[in-house]
Write a protein that binds this ligand. Structure first.
Ligand SMILES: *Cc1c(COP(=O)(O)O)cnc(C)c1O
Length: 373
């Protein structure tokens, strides 16, 4: 079936008890045993499994074309759980342009814990090959990356991982399961912050890992999920599953608008540089075209005149809300270096933008007036 149909039907069933078309939210933390001691409904305790979480996990596994998915309380803890599934002394290759929160987690938790990590420019395949060590267990990738929207060749990096006897994780949050299919391109794990496009309305925090096939690392992730319980609440699972129903239509509309905005910004005299893989001028455009259906709603651009000029643009927009995050219905704009705080490598004149579901002509008019003030 096609992804629009899967997004609506996978993990969804009419409630057998009531006939309710939308699923009930199962708040119960515990489930009844039969007289013979068995659990006829398959659930024991909500940290292990919950009907709402199972439905969300099933839907995500289907959309990514994976074996199974595990849902977590945030995108950050999803990636943490995958790193926890490794052993101290294992070596990991991570991108040097990476969601800043994950970089912080690696530097402040996992390196002290004993993981060996090389930060590498993942767009440079020779650099990735050179970074491989005998104890390399995992390659991590974010493509397009955040916030510079660089594009790495997932097929090629999956081949390097296979040759090294390591696994490849792709953070697919920026691309979504609609625009890019890391598991089909050879990755072992696709990770999502469901907080972004999947929830889609800026009202739920969550994350997930989808595995292409069963493995020792995957069993360990499942174990960590169940014994630790860093899982989304039943209501959070319900919200994420609701968001998934409209995901393909939202993402494509947002991507079409983002491309128009990127093209507008690229020819604007007040703009120094636009970072968007959909632009023909982008360094990663050819690879992006080969592995993505469209290019997403996230873009960033550098304003001429430094930090003050960038902050002035963010101050002058009316329709874009000055806020972090992306993937929701409201268009957002943010001065990225200020949210990343100390140690940031993001240019100070860079604004990151999440294009929402407003009419693109209204967004273009708003940007035009903000850039000429
Ligand atoms: C937001 C985000 C995360 C972290 O997700 P949270 O739900 O905020 O913990 C991880 N990776 C990427 C690419 C993100 O955009």
């Amino acid at each position: 079936m096609n992804i629009e149909t899967q997004a609506i039907h996978a993990g969804h069933q009419i409630d057998p008890a009531s006939g309710a078309v939308t699923p009930p939210i199962h708040l119960s933390t515990t489930f009844e045993r039969a007289a013979d001691g068995s659990y006829p409904h398959g659930h024991v305790y909500t940290r292990d499994t919950n009907p709402n979480r199972n439905a969300l996990e099933h839907n995500l596994a289907v959309l990514e074309g994976g074996f199974e998915a595990a849902a977590f309380a945030s995108g950050s803890v999803a990636t943490m759980s995958l790193l926890q599934a490794l052993r101290p002394g294992d070596h990991v290759i991570a991108p040097n342009d990476f969601y800043f929160g994950i970089r912080k987690i690696i530097n402040e938790i996992f390196i002290p814990w004993g993981l060996q990590v090389s930060f590498v420019d993942m767009t440079d395949l020779d650099a990735v090959r050179r970074a491989v060590q005998p104890n390399t267990a995992l390659l991590m990738l974010e493509s397009p990356s955040n916030p510079l929207l660089t594009v790495a060749d997932i097929r090629q990096i999956a081949a390097i991982a296979r040759q090294a006897g390591a696994q490849l994780m792709v953070d697919n949050t920026v691309a979504t399961p609609v625009l890019q299919h890391p598991l089909q391109l050879g990755a072992d794990f696709a990770v999502h912050a469901t907080t972004k496009y999947i929830g889609g309305h800026s009202d739920v925090l969550g994350g997930a890992i989808v595995a292409r096939e069963d493995s020792g690392v995957w069993q360990r992730v499942r174990f960590i999920q169940k014994v630790g319980g860093a899982v989304p609440s039943p209501f959070d699972c319900w919200l994420a599953l609701r968001g998934l129903q409209t995901l393909p239509y939202r993402v494509r509309a947002q991507s079409a608008a983002a491309l128009k905005i990127a093209q507008f910004l690229e020819q604007h005299p007040a703009v120094e540089q636009v970072h968007y893989p959909g632009l023909e001028s982008a360094a990663g455009h050819a690879v992006a075209k080969a592995q993505m259906e469209m290019f997403g709603a996230l873009l960033s651009f550098q304003v001429k005149g430094g930090q003050a000029a960038a902050l002035a643009v963010a101050a002058n927009v009316n329709l874009f809300t000055r806020a972090t995050s992306f993937g929701g219905a409201h268009s957002l704009i943010e001065h990225r270096a200020s949210i990343e705080h100390e140690g940031t490598t993001t240019p100070v004149n860079l604004l990151r933008m999440s294009v929402g579901l407003e009419n693109v002509d209204d967004l273009l008019a708003d940007l035009a007036q903000a850039l000429t003030v």
